[in-house]
Design a binder for this molecule. Structure first.
Ligand code: HEC
Ligand code: HEC
Ligand code: HEC
Ligand code: HEC
Ligand code: HEC
Ligand code: HEC
Length: 439
């Protein structure tokens, strides 16, 4: 009776152990998936000097591409697809340049003046007024040059023309390396597991062969018979002291690791994903429609804060697009009442810490995604990075400073190379001193 209770107790004990290990496995895997996302989220650098058609100056085409991506793609493709307005492929053959300049500056004026081409296209597209653009003639010509150059120039154009989005910006190094080590370990693990399974199967085959052989060809005495034909008794395995000791040790280590992780996680908002007052989607705007981050976060390359767009920025497009949508009506109501939209803040460092966007995006050349994750795939923004002091400092230790062509650093780098082997990182330049981040 007592042995029976003991048995069921150990069964519960082992079932519990097993469940804990499984959930830990899932947790670790979740982390490695995140690391993968981080690697994928970083956009590749632009291919400089990509070949462009049309013979126009590539710099002009690039400028045109940027203007087009920022202002026109939401309603037009450079190919033949109709989005809100017509596809613009071949537009310079259909219309004269002076007409196009007038149209883009103020299409409504042309329509009102009774220009036949303007009236025709306006009626064809159900009298949706295209917004006016306050561009110079040269800017409009650059857009036309981009449209003329066609899809071949899209290699260069598909990369947002943000400053500092250079090849393999320093921020990518850490995540790339981590990602590849991670996948390498995965492969080793899978191979090991396969080898183990093959071993177990082979051993089982051998024992059953031997058993058959002995039973058939030998006269076994009672003792041998018991050994050879014994049933495999699982309870013997888990009652053995060695196995119990080992399993308990693993269990304690796992528990400690989890407890440590939780303790370090106190006050961390990683994963925080509040519901916003308007169902604004970055996946739709920054992903599908490829609107540049700094079209809305206008100060992210210039100042400490990235800024959240005002309702007026939304109206650049939503005075025309989806005007009937209840979500868009909320923007109109905010403007009528002269109140800002009450977005819920996602990222928030405590007041004691100082963080500056332009220092990282403009000067450091770090991509938004390195810190914010794949924003262009998020319907609802969540906090991707832990934003702890350790997180800031780890990156400062690992990331080499871009000192190329900056005289200010020449002496410092030389001094550094005399005293140390490693790269000249942000921390070599004092980026881990308390006063840099604390007021
Ligand atoms: C809010 C949507 C919207 C935006 C943004 C927009 N357009 Fe348009 N565009 C239209 C619509 C709709 C038409 C069709 C004419 C009409 O209804 O006014 C049109 C027509 C045109 C035409 C005339 C096409 C033809 O076949 O004659 C040109 C050229 C043009 N747009 C260029 C541009 C350029 C360049 C930009 C960016 C600087 C731009 N548009 C931005 C909506 C837009
Ligand atoms: C069309 C405008 C628009 C574009 C383009 C845009 N955003 Fe946003 N972004 C917003 C608005 C509005 C919010 C506030 C609502 C929310 O959190 O979803 C926001 C919030 C954010 C936040 C969270 C801010 C907080 O509260 O802590 C981050 C981070 C962010 N954006 C990054 C980006 C990045 C990176 C890109 C480019 C890939 C981008 N945004 C493109 C409008 C935009
Ligand atoms: C550069 C142009 C542009 C700007 C600026 C812009 N949007 Fe949009 N928005 C779009 C386009 C294009 C769509 C998709 C329309 C479609 O798919 O029918 C869209 C769709 C939406 C939708 C979904 C509407 C629905 O019911 O399907 C919401 C909500 C929205 N935008 C909110 C905002 C908010 C809030 C802002 C300001 C922070 C903003 N947008 C700024 C171009 C823009
Ligand atoms: C080195 C990491 C890092 C990079 C790169 C970065 N951010 Fe941030 N971002 C942060 C941190 C940290 C905060 C929280 C700041 C605070 O609370 O003071 C933040 C906050 C924000 C906010 C909320 C408003 C604000 O200013 O506090 C927006 C919007 C935002 N980031 C957009 C962007 C965009 C767009 C880019 C790329 C152009 C970008 N960020 C690049 C770390 C980064
Ligand atoms: C992904 C990497 C990365 C992360 C994460 C990061 N930084 Fe940085 N940081 C940099 C780089 C690179 C520079 C150097 C920019 C330059 O001057 O070229 C820098 C510079 C700085 C500087 C200026 C240092 C000096 O010597 O003048 C401060 C202050 C700073 N970071 C604060 C922070 C804080 C606070 C956080 C965390 C909330 C943070 N950083 C997170 C990469 C990072
Ligand atoms: C690269 C930037 C950076 C540097 C360098 C840095 N810190 Fe911090 N520190 C932070 C950030 C960001 C936070 C807020 C983190 C959080 O809320 O978890 C923080 C938080 C703290 C806190 C408050 C902890 C808490 O739980 O509220 C203390 C204390 C602190 N730092 C002390 C220091 C000291 C001492 C040094 C110098 C040895 C230093 N820090 C250097 C970025 C930095």
């Amino acid at each position: 009776m007592s042995s029976c209770i003991l048995k069921s107790k150990s069964k519960i004990f082992f079932a519990f152990l097993f469940a804990t290990m499984l959930s830990f496995g899932a947790y670790a895997q979740g982390e490695s998936e995140q690391a993968e996302v981080a690697t994928k989220g970083v956009e590749p650098g632009s291919t400089e000097g990509a070949t462009v058609g049309g013979g126009a100056d590539p710099a002009v085409i690039d400028a045109g591409a940027a203007l087009f991506k920022n202002n026109c793609v939401v309603c037009h493709s450079a190919g033949t697809d109709v989005i809100v307005g017509p596809g613009l492929q071949g537009i310079t053959e259909r219309r004269s340049t002076p007409w196009l300049i007038k149209w883009i500056k103020n299409s409504q004026a042309l329509v009102a003046a009774g220009d036949p081409e303007a009236v025709a296209v306006y009626n064809e597209y159900k009298k949706q007024a295209m917004p006016s653009f306050n561009f110079s003639d040269d800017e409009i010509k650059s857009i036309l040059a981009y449209i003329e150059a066609g899809p071949a120039s899209d290699v260069a154009a598909s990369v947002p023309t943000t400053v500092g989005a250079e090849e393999g910006g320093p921020g990518n190094i850490g995540t790339d390396a981590l990602g590849s080590i991670g996948s390498y370990l995965d492969i080793v693990l899978v191979v090991l597991i396969i080898v183990l399974i093959v071993l177990v199967v082979t051993l089982l085959l051998i024992t059953s062969l031997l058993k058959n052989y002995l039973n058939k060809n030998r006269k076994l005495n009672e003792y041998d018979d018991e050994v050879v034909n014994q049933r495999f008794d699982f309870s013997k395995v888990y009652k053995s002291k060695a196995v119990r000791g080992l399993v308990t040790l693993i269990f304690v280590v796992v528990l400690l690791d989890l407890a440590w992780g939780t303790a370090m996680g106190i006050g961390i908002q990683q994963g925080y994903e509040p519901t916003q007052p308007i169902a604004f989607s970055h996946k739709l705007h920054a992903g599908e429609h490829q609107i540049n981050c700094n079209y809305c976060h206008t100060t992210v390359y210039k100042s400490k804060s990235a800024s959240i767009p005002s309702a007026n920025i939304c109206m650049n497009c939503h005075s025309q697009i989806q005007t009937e949508s209840p979500e868009i009506q909320k923007i109109y109501r905010a403007i009528e009442r002269n109140r800002p939209i009450e977005w819920v803040r996602v990222h928030n460092l405590p007041d004691l810490a100082y963080f500056n966007h332009s220092q990282h995006t403009q000067v450091g050349g770090i991509e938004c995604q390195t810190c914010h994750g794949p924003i262009q795939e998020m319907d609802v923004v969540y906090q991707y990075s832990p934003l702890t002091m350790g997180w800031c400092i780890d990156c400062h230790r690992e990331t080499p400073l871009n000192t190329e062509g900056n005289e200010y650093y020449d002496n410092l780098v030389e001094l550094h190379e005399q005293s140390s082997q490693g790269a000249f990182t942000v921390s070599s330049n004092g980026g881990t001193e308390c006063s840099k981040c604390h007021y």
